[in-house]
Design a protein around this ligand. Structure first.
Ligand SMILES: [Zn+2]
Ligand SMILES: [Zn+2]
Length: 125
């Protein structure tokens, strides 16, 4: 494997500067938005709402099963949520990444942990 030579010129340096600074500005703006609204929007945690709004994905209708119930969800792209909106709301989770909606470590069990009173799922990722 060989990577094509990338010729460096004054203008490629300027372009790289602009790209790096632009990305830093974008990250800074995302962090400011996160700090202003850490709870996120529409059942998505602050991380998914502000830091990685990557819900664009590939443009293919994609179905996925909820990670907690048997509901099948349909999305307009390949970026799919982890749980259905109802399970996310009932358990205080982000529907996309399934983190705690406030990104907090809870001491108490989540509702889904008692619902199935299973011992086999304990401790699994
Ligand atoms: Zn569900
Ligand atoms: Zn999330």
């Amino acid at each position: 494997m060989h990577s094509r030579k990338r010729v460096v010129t004054r203008s490629t340096v300027a372009l790289a500067n602009a790209r790096a600074k632009g990305h830093i500005d974008t990250l800074r703006a995302k962090l400011l938005a996160f700090e202003a609204n850490p709870a996120g929007d529409n059942g998505y945690c602050g991380y998914c709402t502000h830091i990685t709004p990557d819900r664009i994905g590939g443009a293919a209708i994609t179905s996925a099963e909820c990670g907690l119930c048997d509901a099948t969800m349909t999305f307009g792209s390949t970026s799919v949520d982890t749980t259905c909106p109802g399970c996310a709301r009932d358990n205080g989770l982000c529907r996309h990444c399934a983190a705690d909606i406030e990104l907090k470590e809870r001491r108490n069990p989540y509702p889904f942990q008692s619902a199935s009173k299973s011992t086999t799922n304990e401790g699994r990722e």
